[in-house]
Design a protein around this ligand. Structure first.
Ligand code: LMR
Length: 345
């Protein structure tokens, strides 16, 4: 916590200090591993709360690794952007200041992997089964393999289900979005989606979102309920509309250097533990989101709207133009492949 406090303060103000901090952590990590071969600490950073599908799955990964290595390999999980946020976590991974990340698929586009933004297309998927077919099939494997272009190793996918819209008014039909400033992740497809609805997309770190909503810097946002609830966004938004308009998932990544540094049996142990933890996380993602919705309803602090089929159809029609954007940015072959894989299964 002390390291975190010292580290986060300069981060938001001075890019140069941030870089120095990351470099200091990077050197520390390498020295620790080189100096004591048998003992390993895997530092894992993410931006959401512990009590979310991602937070829980990554904690479980740590437990499995510790148990199976009899404590020789430790996993330290830094949730809630405590160590790094959206803006700096990839740089930290590249420099070795952190060993493992699980960014949302939406955050890979601006790193040079626009094909990941395919998962952001509005109304592309209706069910988790469709998403899983795409992720676990050839398409998902090809996307992960492509991460090697920036010396990353993609170790697997994690689910958080479907996103919904929130603001200080209901958002159930396209006209409702007119003029709203909507916080989005750094995905061009999501930005395009918001513009197609008549809103203004504002890219912000996840860790800054609640505060920006509270201060009126932005008017609304989109996320699965587990993120909405655990960030207590219902305290700063009066309406949640269950639009189910887009998907949110994650890819767990490490740097090739880190992966190559692990001895073969350790790599196998870590990969097996992660596979098991991700399968478990994917199995609880739906119920975690359902529980979050039930808790929200119980809290009574927010109006919850269920758009009708006709309203969803209007939203779908209004965002259809985003698909043409995809062809230019992402490449038509990816869309064809995803449609083929989840339709033909
Ligand atoms: C976001 O809106 O930035 C979230 O997707 C963060 C996350 O990792 O779930």
């Amino acid at each position: 916590m002390i390291i975190t406090a010292m580290f986060r303060a300069p981060l938001s103000r001075a890019p140069l200090s941030r870089r120095r901090c990351i470099q200091a952590l990077a050197l520390g990590g390498l020295a620790r591993r080189a100096g004591a071969q048998a003992r390993i600490t895997i530092r894992l950073s993410h931006v959401v709360a512990r009590q979310t599908p991602k937070g829980l799955a990554l904690e479980r990964f740590g437990e499995l690794v510790r148990a199976r290595s009899q404590g020789r390999i430790d996993v330290v999980v830094y949730p809630n952007s405590l160590l790094f946020g959206d803006a700096d976590e990839m740089q930290a991974l590249q420099l070795g200041a952190v060993d493992m990340l699980a960014p949302s698929l939406s955050k890979f586009g601006r790193l040079g992997f626009p094909e990941f933004e395919l998962f952001d297309l509005p109304f592309l998927f209706e069910t988790r089964t469709q998403v899983y077919r795409a992720m676990q099939g050839r398409l998902g494997q090809a996307l992960l393999a492509g991460l090697a272009r920036q010396r990353m190793v993609g170790l697997g996918y994690l689910d958080n289900g479907f996103k919904h819209m929130s603001a200080n008014r209901p958002l159930v039909a396209p006209d409702d979005f007119a003029g709203l400033r909507m916080r989005v992740q750094g995905s061009r497809v999501i930005a395009h989606q918001m513009r197609a609805l008549g809103a203004r997309p504002v890219v912000l770190d996840f860790g800054e979102t609640r505060r920006a909503l509270a201060m009126g810097v932005v008017d609304g946002t989109e996320n699965p309920i587990s993120n909405f609830w655990t960030q207590r966004m219902h305290e700063v938004q009066t309406h949640l509309s269950l639009t189910h308009h887009g998907y949110l998932g994650y890819a767990v990544v490490v740097h090739q250097r880190f992966w190559a540094h692990l001895a073969g049996p350790d790599r196998q142990l870590v990969a097996a533990a992660l596979e098991e933890a991700l399968a478990w996380g994917n199995a609880i993602a739906r119920s975690e989101n359902e529980q979050a919705l039930a808790a929200l309803r119980e809290s009574g602090g927010i109006h919850i709207h269920d758009p009708s089929a006709a309203q969803r159809q209007q939203l779908r029609a209004a965002t259809a133009e985003v698909y043409q954007g995809l062809e230019r940015r992402i490449g038509r072959q990816w869309l064809e492949q995803v449609q083929q894989e989840w339709i033909t299964g």
